[in-house]
Design a protein around this ligand. Structure first.
Ligand SMILES: CC(C)(COP(=O)(O)OP(=O)(O)OC[C@H]1O[C@@H](n2cnc3c(N)ncnc32)[C@H](O)[C@@H]1OP(=O)(O)O)[C@@H](O)C(=O)NCCC(=O)NCCS
Length: 371
């Protein structure tokens, strides 16, 4: 009898390791190192939550100041990285440019840095890379980080070109927090697989970026916004969804491997969308459209909206170009990836599963001219 274990496709419901970083649960809860996302969203700053995810505990005042100082002092990428970004076609997707730049950064820096320095240096540069890869592709001047601003304000400023108002900053920072970490999602698992080979953190994050780009994962926020713009009118929502489902298409921003009834991040983001609309006095039809699609998806398919569905209209109202939605997700999730990279290395065993071979056996080589 074989001692091999067969697991469901997509590793559905399979527990592959232990983690103390975060946990999403089918009941609709999400905790980062013991703290619920609701609690953190109400009280914490993004950098506090990032410290928590990286270190497993909330920072003391001095520790947070030092963490923020390190993020600020490492936030400017070398200009050679921007030269590389400038060589890419103008219509490259920003996720591809970002992945290329992180890979290039690794080639330039990984051999000169110890692991901890590399991790902070990489994560700190993400906001500038996200905004400037896009700017370079669009012939705009590079913007530099402003150390007088907090992390979220400066990130948004580098994208939109203006310092956000208080509510805009608050809302943007909350969405960054929702994207920070989500246990063993596809990109974090990728990072762990790469880390388990003892490759450096730049290599692991480059892999994480590649996995995040896909429309079933991080790419869903960009697609959700495109869909919302295409539908346009709440009255057209049902017909639009019916036609997608009839074609067997996945509706972006719906469904989740873990959450089957509610994604807590989506509901928090929905509240933030409402608040943002009131604050900037935007037309409420975007909220009504989202709500109509959400209700109909539940009625038709019993699928809940996920975080990407509500992050998308928030980013839209904040004036963020749609192709930057997934790169922004990446700039936040990088802290989660690094936490997973470190947790993997703490008690490492190379991740190398097996397959059941179902191909032919015993074939004899046939010379090419006889095939
Ligand atoms: C996230 C996702 C990949 C999860 O996949 P999964 O865990 O394999 O999904 P499930 O097995 O729970 O899907 C159950 C059923 O709902 C369907 N389904 C899931 N998400 C759907 C969606 N967004 N639109 C239409 N149908 C969907 C599946 O096709 C499946 O149908 P079947 O039983 O007839 O095959 C999937 O829901 C999806 O593709 N969503 C859209 C992309 C997205 O928003 N991704 C971001 C996730 S945070």
């Amino acid at each position: 009898m074989s001692d091999k274990i067969r697991v469901p496709k997509g590793l559905y419901g399979v527990v592959v390791d232990e983690s103390a970083i975060a946990k999403s649960d089918v009941s609709g809860s999400l905790v980062y190192a013991g703290y619920s996302i609701d609690d953190l969203a109400e009280h914490a700053s993004f950098t506090e939550a990032a410290f928590l995810v990286l270190n497993g505990r909330l920072p003391k005042k001095g520790e947070l100041e030092e963490f923020e100082r390190l993020l600020r002092s490492n936030s400017s990428p070398p200009s050679d990285v921007y030269r590389i970004a400038g060589l890419l076609p103008a219509d490259s997707h920003p996720m591809d440019s970002l992945r290329t730049c992180i890979s290039a950064l690794g080639a330039m820096m990984s051999h000169t840095q110890d692991r901890h320095t590399a991790e902070l240096s990489l994560a700190a540069k993400m906001p500038a890379l996200v905004s400037n890869c896009y700017r370079i592709a669009h012939g705009q001047v590079v913007v530099h980080p402003d150390s007088s601003l907090d992390y979220a304000s400066d990130f948004l400023r580098m994208i939109t070109g203006r310092i956000p108002g208080q509510t805009e900053r608050w809302v943007f920072e909350r969405v960054l927090m929702f994207y920070l970490e989500h246990d063993l999602n596809a990109s974090s698992f990728t990072v762990r697989v790469i880390g388990s080979t003892l490759a450096d953190v730049y290599a692991a994050v480059t892999g994480g970026l590649a996995a995040l780009k896909g429309p079933l994962h991080g790419g869903a926020n960009e697609n959700a916004m495109k869909m919302l713009l295409e539908v346009g009118d709440p009255a057209k929502a049902q017909a639009f969804i019916d036609s997608m489902l009839a074609k067997g298409e996945k509706v972006p921003g719906f469904g989740h491997r873990v959450y089957k009834r509610v994604d807590p991040r989506a509901q928090l983001a929905k509240g933030l969308l409402k608040r943002l609309i009131e604050e900037v006095r935007a037309d409420t039809s975007l909220y009504e459209l989202c709500d109509a699609i959400e209700r109909y998806m539940w009625e038709k398919k019993k699928l809940p909206a996920n975080v990407d569905f509500y992050a998308a209209p928030i980013f839209y109202l904040l004036g963020i170009p749609i192709p930057l939605y997934t790169p922004i997700f990446a700039a936040s999730r990088v802290f989660g990836w690094i936490a997973h990279y470190n947790e993997q290395l703490k008690d490492n065993k190379i991740i190398r599963p097996d397959v059941e071979y179902v191909g032919p056996r015993g074939l004899k080589y046939v010379p090419i001219e006889q095939r």
